[in-house]
Design a protein around this ligand. Structure first.
Ligand code: ADP
Length: 243
C-alpha cells in the first residue's frame, strides 16, 4: 500500500534522514523504534508532507511520487487517504470533541453538516467517548483528548493512520486507554505506521518493526523476530537498554 524509497532530509546541512526505505502492506501495523534524535518524527512528517524531504520516492496504492517535485494537488489527494495523530493531540481548544471531529469533514471535505455529525458521533463512540460529545478539550483528560484526535482521524475513513508518539505526552496511567483503542483498530485491520516508545505495544500489537538510528534503518522485519531474535548488534544493545 505504501512504499517509501531512499528518503533523505537535512536541516541546515545536517543530515537527519540518510536514505530510509519503508514498506507497509494493507493491514500492517508498523512500529518505528529507535533512540531519541534518530529521525523517526522527521520521517513521519516528511511522509505526510509536513516537512519537505530533499529526495526519495513515495508509492501509494501503486501511484509514484517524488518528494522533491510532488505538487500541492497531489499532496492534497494523498492527504484525503491518510490521517495523522500528533503527540500533543492538536485539538481546537474552542471546539467541543464532536466539533473537533466534524470540522475537517465539513470544511475540507464539504460534507453536509448532518452527515458529518453522524459520522463524528460514530467515531467518538468507537473510541469510547459517547458520553463526551459536547466537552471541550480542557474538560477532558489527556487520554480522552488523544482519543478525540484518533476519532478525528477515523472519521475521515483513511487508508492508513500515521501516529507520532501518540502516548508520549500522557501520564503513564492514561497511556493504556489510548493503546487499547489502537489495539482495537489493529484488530479490525486498520493500517497504521506508529512512531512509539511503547515497547509492549510494538511487541504485542505491531506485526512489523523498523529500528532506526542516526537517520538510517538499522534493522527491520517482523516484530517477533525483532524482539526474540534480533540480528544486529545495535538492535541487541537497544533492546538490552530498554528492558
Ligand atoms: P526522533 O523522532 O527520532 O527523536 P527527530 O526526527 O525528532 O528524531 O529529530 C532528528 C534530528 O533532527 C534531531 O537531531 C533534531 O534535532 C533534528 N531536527 C528535527 N526537526 C528539526 C528542525 N525543524 N530543524 C532543525 N533540526 C531538526
Amino acid at each position: 500500500m505504501l512504499e517509501i524509497k531512499n528518503i533523505r532530509k537535512s536541516f541546515d546541512g545536517t543530515e537527519v534522514l540518510g536514505g530510509v526505505d519503508i514498506h507497509v502492506d494493507q493491514g500492517d501495523v508498523v512500529a518505528i523504534l529507535g533512540p531519541s534524535g534518530s529521525g523517526k518524527t522527521t520521517l513521519l512528517r516528511c511522509i505526510n508532507f509536513l516537512e519537505t524531504a530533499d529526495a526519495g520516492m513515495l508509492v501509494f496504492d501503486g501511484e509514484r511520487f517524488e518528494f522533491d517535485s510532488i505538487s500541492k494537488k497531489e499532496i492534497a489527494g494523498l492527504r484525503k487517504k491518510t490521517a495523522f495523530v500528533f503527540q500533543n493531540y492538536n485539538l481546537f481548544r474552542n471546539k467541543t470533541a464532536l466539533q473537533n471531529v466534524t470540522e475537517g469533514l465539513v470544511v475540507a471535505r464539504k460534507m453536509p453538516k448532518q452527515q458529518a455529525v453522524e459520522i463524528g458521533k460514530q467515531a467518538l463512540d468507537k473510541v469510547g467517548l459517547s458520553d463526551r460529545y459536547d466537552y471541550y478539550p480542557n474538560q477532558l483528560s489527556g487520554g480522552q483528548q488523544q482519543r478525540v484526535a484518533i476519532a478525528r482521524a477515523l472519521a475521515t475513513n483513511p487508508e492508513i493512520i500515521y501516529f507520532d508518539e501518540p502516548t508520549s505526552a500522557l501520564d503513564p496511567e492514561l497511556t493504556g486507554e489510548v493503546l487499547a483503542v489502537m489495539r482495537q483498530l489493529a484488530d479490525e485491520g486498520m493500517t497504521m505506521l506508529v512512531v512509539t516508545h511503547e515497547m509492549s505495544f510494538a511487541r504485542t500489537v505491531s506485526n512489523k518493526v523498523v529500528f532506526m538510528e542516526n537517520g538510517a534503518v538499522i534493522e527491520s522485519g517482523d516484530s517477533r523476530t525483532f524482539f526474540e531474535n534480533p540480528q544486529e548488534a545495535r538492535t541487541k544493545e537497544f533492546l538490552r537498554t530498554i528492558n
